[in-house]
Design a protein around this ligand. Sequence first.
Ligand SMILES: O=c1ccn([C@@H]2O[C@H](COP(=O)(O)O)[C@@H](O)[C@H]2O)c(=O)[nH]1
Length: 337
Amino acid sequence: MDRLIEAIENTQNPSVVGLDPTEALVPPQVVASFADEVRDSVETPEELPAAQLAVAYFEFNRTIIDAVADIVPAVKPQIAMYEALGPAGVDVYTMTCEYAAQQGLYVLGDVKRGDIGSTAAAYAHHLSGVGTGAGVDAATGDDAADNGESVVFDPWHEDAVTVNPYLGTDGITPFVEAATAADKDIFVLVRTSNPSSSELQMLDLADGTKVYEHVADLVEGWGAETRGRHGYSRVGAVVGATHPEEGRALRARMPHTFFLVPGYGAQGGTVQDVAGMFDERGGGAIVNSSRGIIGAWRKSGKYDASMSADDALDLVAESARQAALDMRDALRVAVYR
Ligand SMILES: O=c1ccn([C@@H]2O[C@H](COP(=O)(O)O)[C@@H](O)[C@H]2O)c(=O)[nH]1
């Protein structure tokens, strides 16, 4: 977690911009502007809409990244938005991660993976890359053979990924090993921000703890051997901004676990809600906003359907930057006390 913590210190900004493009969040003239370019690149007419949206998503993301790269430490692309477009979308996911990394941003891939150990080992290649010396073997879950000439190709360009803990320790261990070998991190779902999250997470266990508290204790344990210079482990926790009381209690319960806090803005979370999720030095957490930043152009009052694609992208950039600055400044007041 050290690189993320130092990036936050350098920007004095504990926030991450979520890159969750949808058709509704990209100005229509931007999508339309790629019609001709894409027409020649597809093999069948059915592929055209997905291919066109994918190219538009990349241009949109690049615009956002350029607009915020000097003021935020990190971005969080949500892979679901890209997978929804098929292979063209997955390509744009990896291109977006690569571009963000090239701009010096920490890239947190929101992929929420989780499976039995051998399959988790394959998913862990998001962190370890592909090739000899790339950590765990995808088929067996064993250490990959290293013939001394290790060649690793990292197609994903992620510094961290989100992981689902429902399968327990053997579903997590390959990610911890891969993260450790590659100097990367994971964030495990503990108390999610969504309305139905209490159906499972708030259930009482026989010893009186809640399910999410038990997961929190597991997460502290999974990270115990991986603490860095700043006292936080490589195994972070996802804690929703929509649960301020539980988030505050988790902060005390998980002293070595860094928090990724989604649910700010579009889902109703406020700076007051997230303030208790930071430690006494104003560290220990990073707050995500996706729609609140990338969709800010729609609430700017300046959008006009007759704008050119270039003007619309300028508005996207200006609005995203302002929204990111507003979020940074609000967090600074609430957190850096
Ligand atoms: O508990 C969780 C875990 C993940 N998310 C993800 O964060 C963003 C939130 O987007 P907003 O537009 O800022 O609401 C999105 O990618 C979710 O999948 C979450 O919201 N809550």
